[in-house]
Design a protein. Structure first.
Length: 117
């Protein structure tokens, strides 16, 4: 079973950038579709971005299109989320996971992203 650890979060000003990492262990992720999700205080967890294993086709939530870029390095068993032009509404705990998400999906600790105005 794949274990995932998110990192790279922090406190940035609006307009700033961060790169999140999702390091996998226990199994290789080269044949997994992978996704990033986020959960803001008082809100449900929401989809941010996904990347397909076969051709690295990426999809994004409308709210992050043009600002976030998902990528993967199968050699490092890691998925990334590059975030630019961050906005206060991007403040959330960010999680990565293998796809599809089911009722049995386990979630890690995530990494906190805080964007100040």
């Amino acid at each position: 079973q794949v274990q995932l650890v998110e990192s790279g979060g922090g406190l940035v000003q609006a307009g700033g950038s961060l790169r999140l990492s999702c390091a996998a262990s226990g199994s290789t992720i080269d044949r997994y579709n992978m996704g990033w999700f986020r959960q803001a205080p008082g809100k449900e967890r929401e989809f941010v971005s996904a990347i397909r294993w076969s051709d690295s086709l990426a999809t994004y939530a409308d709210s992050v299109k043009g600002r976030f870029t998902i990528s993967r390095d199968n050699g490092k068993n890691t998925v990334y989320l590059q975030m630019i032009n961050l906005k206060p509404e991007d403040t959330a705990v960010y999680y990565c996971n293998t796809l599809p998400i089911t009722s049995r999906t386990d979630w890690g600790q995530g990494t906190q992203v805080t964007v100040s105005s």
